[in-house]
Structures are given as structure tokens and as C-alpha cells.
Design a protein around this ligand. Sequence first.
Ligand SMILES: NC(=O)c1ccc[n+]([C@@H]2O[C@H](COP(=O)([O-])OP(=O)(O)OC[C@H]3O[C@@H](n4cnc5c(N)ncnc54)[C@H](O)[C@@H]3O)[C@@H](O)[C@H]2O)c1
Length: 247
Amino acid sequence: MGKLDGKVAVVVGGGRNIGRAISLLFAKEGAKIAIFDMDEGRAAGVAEEVEAQGGECTYVIGPVQDVNSVKNMVSTVVGRLGKIDILTNCAAISDRLPMLELPDEEYLRIVDVTMHGSYYTCKYVAEQMVKQGTGGAIVNFSSGSAFRGSTSRVAYDMAKGAIVTLTMDLAVQLGPHGIRANAIAPGITGSQVGGTIAMEDRSTRNVIGGRPGLPEEQASVALFLASDDAAHIHGQTINVDAGMNVM
Ligand SMILES: NC(=O)c1ccc[n+]([C@@H]2O[C@H](COP(=O)([O-])OP(=O)(O)OC[C@H]3O[C@@H](n4cnc5c(N)ncnc54)[C@H](O)[C@@H]3O)[C@@H](O)[C@H]2O)c1
């Protein structure tokens, strides 16, 4: 018996890295998967992988920062799979410049995708969950970079800080509907956000054990938070970073 038998899980940004690992693991645990991603090739590739391991996976393509695409995703998933029980929010993009060099349009684009995108999916999936009346679980993705200053990023860090706050508000406002909201703050995991720098080439300074994390090591915590094992956990952001935050 799987931990998510009978559940439908939306994996936003399920086309790569952590979202891909979540799609594969949640499907193994019995959930039907709906990937929402802007990249059709990536989403279709992961859907094939899920099906190759015996699972069920559909996908919807669209930009997460576009509220109408998000509303369309919710109605399409409900049309195809009947309901939504779990939402995981993995889509994000990052800046790689200090504030004084960051063009304002780039700042707005990053905050739009990384902060507004998660807000819209939480809002419209929660609306659907409340309508269903059977509760649900939301797992957002913050980042270790929400909690420290950086020499080369600002928009992403701000947006990831906002995800921590959003998750607390969701927990309080949706808790009465039986919907739990929590977040994960990963450290260095698999490939770079929005990039393809391979795991072995990423810095492992300040990481206990001296290696970057695997996407599967984020997925297993997402599974815990999405399942009834975490029934008593609300509004938390859990560091999954090999101790980076304590060093
Ligand atoms: N990888 C890390 O080291 C790391 C570290 C800390 C936090 N995180 C967080 O974990 C989450 C997953 O990170 P990842 O490394 O797997 O990301 P990734 O960049 O590898 O994958 C993100 C996925 O989201 C999709 N996406 C990007 N922009 C989108 C948009 N506008 N609309 C719809 N889909 C979009 C991409 O196509 C891709 O499939 C992110 O929220 C990230 O901030 C990752």
C-alpha cells in the first residue's frame, strides 16, 4: 500500500530536478500526477518516466505567473483526474547579479515567477480543495537563500523569504478546511535552479558530509509533508540542506 493511494497531486515545475523526483516518488506511492510546467518537452519526458514505472501522469503547459493559466490548469486537472488533494510548488527562476547591477525588468520577472506563481497556484488549488471539502496538503519550496544575504542575488532571495510567510498564512487560513501547508528550504540540490550546472560541479562549502543533495532527498521530505505522517505539522519551513544553515 502506498502512502498516497487514491490521491491526485499537482507538481508545479515537475519537469526537472526536484519536481521530477517528486513526480516519480509520489506516483510510486500511489498518487495520480499532474505536472504543470512551461516546458512541454520536460513535462512530457517526466510523464513518460512516471508511466514507465506503472504510474498515471498528465501534464498541463503554461507560465505559472499567469493567473489565467493557473486557473486553466486547475480546471483541466479536475476535468482529467476528478480532484486535487496535493499541491507541490517547485517552479522558480533566479537572478545571478548584485542589486546594483540587476535590471528592474529582470527583478520583476523573477519575483513574478518565483513569488506570484506560487501565490496563484496556492490560491486557486486551495479554492478547489475547499470546494471538494476533503482537506489537502500543500508543499511549497523556499530556499536556504531566504535566510542569509548573498553577494550575487536579491530578487530570488526576497521571493523565497515571501514563500516562508505565505506558507504560514496558508496554514492559518486553510487549516480550518483540513488543508495543511508547509514548505521545504533546500540547500544545494542536484542541478542549479533554472540551469544545468551538474551536481558534481556545485560548491559544497559549508555542507556537512561534503556533497550536494540529491533531488530524491528533497522528494522524500515532500512526501512526508504531503502524507498523513505529517498530520500534526502546519506552517513550517523545514531546512533540507545537509546542515548548511547551522554552519
Ligand atoms: N536546486 C537547488 O539547488 C535548489 C536550492 C534551493 C531551493 N531550490 C528550490 O527548489 C525548487 C525546485 O528547484 P529545481 O532546482 O528543481 O528547479 P529547476 O530549475 O531545475 O526546475 C524548475 C522547473 O520549473 C519549470 N518552470 C520554470 N519557470 C516556470 C514558469 N514560469 N512557469 C511554469 N514552469 C516553470 C521549469 O521548466 C522546470 O521544469 C525551486 O523552488 C527552487 O527555488 C532549489
